[in-house]
Design a protein around this ligand. Sequence first.
Ligand SMILES: Nc1ncnc2c1ncn2[C@@H]1O[C@H](COP(=O)(O)OP(=O)(O)OP(=O)(O)O)[C@@H](O)[C@H]1O
Ligand SMILES: [Mg+2]
Length: 272
Amino acid sequence: MITHQQPHEAVERDREGHTSRSSATASTRPPAVSLRGIRKTFGSHQALRGVDLDIYPGECLGLVGDNAAGKSTLTKVISGTYIPDEGSISLSGEEVRFSGPADARNRNIEMVFQDLSLCDHIDVAGNLFLGRELSRGFLLDRKRMLDEARRMLGDLEIRIPKLTNKVAMLSGGQRQAIAIARAASFKPKVLIMDEPTSALAVAEVEAVLSLINRVKAQGVAVILITHRLQDLFRVCDRIAVMYEGTKVAERQIGATNLEDLVKLIVGEGVRH
Ligand SMILES: Nc1ncnc2c1ncn2[C@@H]1O[C@H](COP(=O)(O)OP(=O)(O)OP(=O)(O)O)[C@@H](O)[C@H]1O
Ligand SMILES: [Mg+2]
């Protein structure tokens, strides 16, 4: 995992001249994802204006910024949904060009969208195996799917009492956990979550945050977009702040606080 005693720890400098010593950049491992000079324009609107970003295995990077700052667009570039106009994407040191989301999934990049993409009328096990159902001959192997589903959820310490319940009957937090478990079951190297806790009750937020910590502990590079800044301090190792299509700052989690982040998010200290 990430090493902390490298002799040549990298020192990052953000736009304001703050420096941060990144434990992740001190790793000998290349970043799981490395973005350089990413630009994306919609019509005449520049949603991304040349973004550089690295995300390392086993770390959680919090991606924050005001509405329309470009967070979702940036992660959609990583997940192959948007093709950037300019810039490069490298995965574990190898430059790639995605022609669509299937390319990114084949490269072990998973994204949990806010709508969760679950099928309400199918049960928990069915959702976990949607599109890759287990069969025996021509028949669905329900027993094996239930056993496997139990194991998948158990590995992440997710407790759903009845896997034969339709997903429509579950709480928001349980649905979110299933969506994350499904994404985690594809053995991703990179897992992107866009606002996973925004619609959840307090106890459900706790459960999703500890789930993120467990996924991270498996060595996955996690990108978490959230407006709930307090959540960042529970799971993130580093924070990147976006402002009007630009990454304006990066902070090690121990080198920032809520006040600092709020200032950066609203653009205080950002030179125009
Ligand atoms: N498909 C699209 N077509 C046109 N404009 C788009 C498209 N997707 C994003 N944009 C624009 O790009 C800008 C960045 O949007 P984005 O969704 O990345 O912001 P965000 O940081 O995720 O904001 P929020 O916190 O509100 O989700 C916005 O001005 C948005 O209107
Ligand atoms: Mg968004």
